[in-house]
Design a binder for this molecule. Structure first.
Ligand code: AR6
Length: 181
């Protein structure tokens, strides 16, 4: 499912982010940047141990921030490690989640990257309710894309059917324009 934002495309698909052939895939990281479970475990396994070594040299990242590394054995040239919030039902959660997406996109733009793939940050181990997280993710990416036209493709790679459906509903609710209309 594809949407148009200016001259760029925002895409939703079901799949495994590890396999994506884009300039950068985004990892749902924690503040230490050490490999974890979920999507982080899958990305580190596929990239090889050099990824954790580079993350250790960086040393960490605050919640809401992002850091960039090489992609090593991945098809993607880079990994952007974004730290979403652990859900606490505090009003700050939404701003921190938006900030994780915004920081990732700004980092991609600074490095001249044209395509980026995101997982659904914070909605696994960090427990962020999907129906709240999905519209924040999509509206934030739409807003940043409008000021960063160098990013041509933002792809959400959603692992399971419930997550895919939640993003589909959110795309409709935040008023994304379907491509080709
Ligand atoms: N491709 C795409 N999405 C995936 C994949 C995959 N290969 N594997 C899982 N997901 P989570 P969080 C989905 O828990 O909630 C880590 O240990 C998953 O179904 O990976 O931000 C970190 O080190 C869910 O929809 O990330 C942190 O400590 C989404 O990715 C903590 O977990 C995010 O789930 C971060 O938790």
């Amino acid at each position: 499912m594809r949407f148009t934002v200016g001259d760029s495309t925002l895409e939703l698909l079901r799949g495994n982010i590890v396999e994506q052939d884009v300039d950068a895939i985004v990892n749902a990281a924690n503040e230490t940047l050490a490999p974890g479970g979920g999507v982080s475990g899958a990305i580190h396994r596929a990239a090889g141990p050099e990824l954790a070594e580079e993350c250790a040299r960086i040393g960490g990242c605050p919640t809401g921030g992002a850091r960039i590394t090489a992609g090593y054995r991945l098809r993607a040239r880079h990994v952007i490690h974004a730290v979403g919030p652990r859900y606490s039902s505090n009003p700050h959660d939404a701003e921190l989640l938006a900030s994780a997406y915004r920081s990732s996109l700004l980092l991609a733009a600074q490095h001249g990257l044209q395509s980026i793939a995101f997982p659904s940050i914070s909605t696994g181990i960090y427990g962020y309710p999907l129906d709240q997280a999905a519209p924040i993710a999509l509206a934030t990416c739409r807003d940043v894309l409008q000021s960063q036209p160098g990013i041509r493709l933002v792809r959400f790679v959603l692992f399971d059917e419930d997550t895919f459906r939640a993003y589909e509903r959110a795309a409709h609710n935040v008023g994304l324009a379907p491509a080709g209309e």
